[in-house]
Design a protein around this ligand. Structure first.
Ligand code: PMP
Length: 409
């Protein structure tokens, strides 16, 4: 099926070796959080065992080593997304914090009453709620680009929605529910034409496909380490240098200052200005290792593997009686997250039956309540794929769905 040896690669992931309810674990929930290869776990452990010390402040050996490794990780992440400079990489906790940082710092300085922020109807709550809070503070207005019956953004509606009142367009690169890979170039071109900035939520794209921020022509990119074989508690905000440099701080405290007087302070240059307090040092270093790992396997190869798994899964799932699959058909704009409903069976019951078979999937609204309102269901079941998944695991998913129908429908 694929150009690389998935079985060999799976042996690098200790967690995948286990059995659940007596069955080999089939982990089909990487859209929520991915598993970690041994070398990432060992990198984290090595930091805590051998050179744990705070960064940027010490002149002693351990602190210098930690600082060097932390800054080297920043460089790895910059190369991973082809940033023009490693100063453009801000370490944050996750995608959610990255978007909140932009909403506070950039939004506070640039958004006024009457301005508009254009989102889409398929956004994760983390790309909706920070903008709602900003809109409430400033009197700005949120408007939404709809998606069609196949889960694709209705680009024709950009004519109606985009005018010079729109100061920011923020949208997801790949939907965590519909699997849609959105077309960035035409949206960026249209946003630029009215002078709007563009933020891309890359939580579901950076782990799964080559992403080049310079080629995309965007202003901000947000992603999470835990979805790309890295640890929890570490993520990245990338911003174009001149945009970040013009932004006031987000959180205040240690490390982000230049001079502190009793009544005011001046602030450090980027990236330090946006990294107040002690960062997640070991986690950032381990994320750098995860980026190296993914690059060694090859993002294009990973993407191709997932495209093949997705096409196979869509074909096999379509043959399950009573199933409704959401999102586009197999094709270049269809990524490896597949949400579905099974007639007469609650999504949580579907997931519980699958769990008994050792198949891990997610059930719920997947932090996308507005999207689910469009679908007309409160919840769905979602299977999602990553580099370590096998066609056999999709066969087991399908067999589990037949079983769920026998039990419930
Ligand atoms: N955006 C999208 C598209 C996501 O899938 C997720 C994670 N489900 C997030 C944002 C939020 O990521 P995190 O919880 O790591 O901040």
């Amino acid at each position: 099926l694929s150009q690389f040896d998935v079985l060999a690669l799976r042996r690098e992931f200790p967690i995948l070796q286990q059995h659940v309810h007596g069955k080999p674990l089939a982990f089909l929930d990487s859209a929520a959080s991915s598993q970690k290869p041994r070398r990432v776990i060992e990198t984290l452990e090595d930091y805590y065992r051998r050179y744990n010390a705070n960064v940027h402040r010490g002149v002693y050996r351990l602190s210098e080593e930690a600082t060097f490794a932390y800054e080297r990780a920043r460089g790895k992440l910059a190369r991973f997304i082809n940033a023009a400079s490693q100063r453009e990489i801000i370490f944050v906790r996750n995608t959610t914090e990255a978007i909140n940082l932009v909403a506070y710092a950039w939004g506070g300085a640039n958004i006024r009453a009457g301005d508009r922020i254009l989102l889409t109807m398929m956004e994760h709550h983390s790309n909706i709620v920070p903008w709602q809070l900003l809109a409430q503070r400033t009197g700005a207005e949120l408007i939404y680009l709809p998606f069609d019956g196949q889960g694709r953004l209705v680009l024709d509606d950009l004519d109606r929605l985009l005018d010079e009142r729109v100061k920011l367009v923020a949208f997801t690169h790949q939907s965590n529910v519909l699997g849609t890979i959105n077309p960035v170039a035409p949206i960026v071109a249209r946003a630029r034409a009215v002078g709007a900035r563009v933020l891309l939520d890359a939580a579901q794209s950076v782990p799964h496909m080559p992403v080049d921020v310079q080629a995309l022509g965007i202003d901000f990119l947000a992603f999470s380490g835990h979805k790309m074989c890295g640890p929890t508690g570490i993520g990245v905000l990338w911003g174009r240098r001149e945009v970040l440099q013009a932004m006031p701080p987000f959180l205040g405290g240690g490390s982000m200052i230049d001079l502190v007087e009793l009544d005011h302070s001046t602030f450090a240059a980027i990236p330090a200005r946006f990294e107040a307090g002690t960062p997640a040092i070991g986690e950032a270093i381990a994320l750098g290792e995860a980026a190296d790992y993914l690059q060694e396997v090859g993002l294009a190869t990973i993407h191709q593997h997932e495209q093949e798994l997705t096409a196979y899964a869509l074909e096999r799932l379509a043959a399950v009686p009573g199933i409704t699959i959401y999102g586009p058909p197999a094709g270049p704009d269809r990524g490896g997250a597949i949400s579905f409903s099974l007639e007469g069976v609650h999504p949580h019951d579907v997931a519980a039956v699958l769990d008994q078979e050792g198949v891990a999937v997610r059930a719920g609204h997947h932090c996308t309540q507005p999207l689910h309102r469009v679908l007309g269901v409160p919840a769905t079941t979602r299977a999602s794929f990553y580099l370590y998944n096998l066609p056999e695991e999709i066969d087991r998913l399908v067999a589990g769905l037949h079983k769920a129908r026998q039990l419930f429908a």
